[in-house]
Design a protein around this ligand. Structure first.
Ligand code: HSE
Length: 431
């Protein structure tokens, strides 16, 4: 008789949506997971802030810990599953304790990895431990494994994506219902879509944590969240959404990372993408990641970026990987070999969308055209809408130009004396 395989024993810290989702999958699919892993996966102990909250799951067979640090120290736990969240405090401390106590770590914590990923990876690898984090980026989409394993033979040229479902919900709902930002933001709050601190979502921070992690894997660099140029969706107006649609574009909160001659460019900002592109067609809270490799070409991954089932599915993929004995460097190559990235401000030329409100005076448009010409910007398309109260909205789509040229023009335009309000400029990303 062959010996009974040793179970992989989990300690789960954090019993929110994701933690409970993980427990439910382990309970529902115990046999299937054991067959695929070659050994049973069991939960030894669990931990959360409030023991007595009704969680719609039977947790009576697991030992309870009041403190995640104590859970991380237990001798009868092989893998510490960190589903607490936050880049500091208990999540970070308990993760460090787990690694120091000889445990592998599975986490969904993008903030922790974006801010402290390098130090944690070095600690883990020096101790022969692994940290896996499929759920940290784009929820149920298997983008970490795709990049780390499936695309290991490629030089990655660019990785980009819509990685915050709440922002994509807000932008697509504004468009479909013709509603202003503030109204839809409030709707999102009522629906429970927003993080406790909504600036994590609408300020682009959550998505930038994810981008910094993808950039590290893609370009063999240390995660560098501080080097992401971040702009959220707060200044996106319904006017811009509707005018961009007239010109054949959708506005998305798009993260882009690429290695340029000047260094690593990482930016998160509202961008225009063609309506008929996969990114342009992305609706509601769904996420999409687009990866371009020199051998594979372009890959598009689409799926749920949040929620109990999708995120727990990603966590389970990591647990099964560890149970199978697969042990990968945290960011796809040994942490000691990751280069400290040289951050580069966005320099890659692109077409831009400019919206301004023009006074109905002779020569007004000529003055705007002169500013663009003086900035070295060539106009591709232009549309002027009907006048109201002596003013007309004007849209300009430029030929490819540099961000510096656009900054120069946007700064100079108000000095023409023929526009009212601030001109709006948005990059058109080639996708
Ligand atoms: N708040 C995120 C989103 C999910 O809306 O996509 C967690 O990262």
């Amino acid at each position: 008789m062959s010996p009974t395989p040793t179970p992989l024993r989990l300690g789960i810290a954090g019993l929110g949506t994701v933690g409970i989702g993980v427990v439910k999958i382990i309970q529902a699919h115990a046999d299937l997971i054991a067959a695929r892993s070659g050994r049973p996966i069991t939960i030894t102990a669990i931990c959360a802030r409030d023991r007595h909250r009704n969680r719609d799951a039977d947790l009576s067979m697991y030992e309870w810990e009041d403190c995640a640090r104590d859970l991380a120290r237990r001798d009868d736990v092989d893998v510490f599953v960190e589903l607490i969240g936050g880049d500091e405090g208990i999540a970070r401390e308990a993760t460090e304790i787990a690694l120091a106590s000889g445990k592998d770590v599975v986490t969904a914590n993008k903030a922790l990895l974006a801010m402290h990923g390098q130090a944690l990876a070095e600690t883990a690898e020096a101790a022969g431990r692994v940290i896996r984090f499929e759920a940290a980026v784009a929820g149920g989409i298997p983008v970490i494994k795709t990049m780390t394993e499936s695309l290991a033979g490629n030089r990655i040229k660019r990785v980009m994506g819509v990685m915050n479902g709440t922002c994509n919900y807000i932008l697509t709902r504004m468009q479909s219902a013709g509603l202003p930002y503030d109204t839809v933001f409030e709707e999102a709050r009522q629906l429970g879509y927003l993080e406790a601190d909504p600036t994590l979502d609408v300020g682009g921070i959550d998505a930038s944590h994810k981008l910094a992690i993808l950039a590290a894997i893609a370009f063999g660099s240390q995660p560098a969240f501080d080097a992401v140029e971040i702009e959220g969706i707060e200044r996106v107006s319904i006017d811009d959404i509707e005018r961009a649609a007239d010109m054949g574009y959708r506005i998305k909160l798009l993260g882009v990372a690429q290695m340029t001659a000047r260094g690593l460019e990482q930016r998160m900002s509202p961008c225009l993408v063609p309506c008929d592109s996969p990114l342009g067609q992305l609706q509601g809270g769904t996420n999409m990641v687009v990866i371009e490799g020199d051998a594979v070409g372009q890959i598009v991954l689409r799926g749920a970026g949040a929620g109990e089932g999708p995120t727990a599915s990603a966590v389970l993929s990591d647990i099964v990987e560890i149970a199978r004995g697969v042990r990968l460097p945290v960011f796809g190559q040994p942490a000691k070999t990751l280069a400290r990235p040289q951050p580069a401000r966005t320099a890659v030329p692109a077409a831009y969308y400019i919206r301004l409100t023009l006074a109905d005076k002779p020569g007004a448009l000529a003055k705007v055209a002169a500013v663009l010409g003086d900035s070295g910007i060539s106009i591709d398309r232009m549309r002027q809408y009907g006048h109201a109260a002596g003013e007309a909205p004007v849209l300009i789509v430029t030929h490819k130009t540099t961000p510096d040229a656009i900054d120069h023009a946007i700064e100079a335009l108000p000095r023409t004396g023929v526009i009212t309000g601030e001109p709006v400029e948005l990059r058109i990303e080639e996708v």
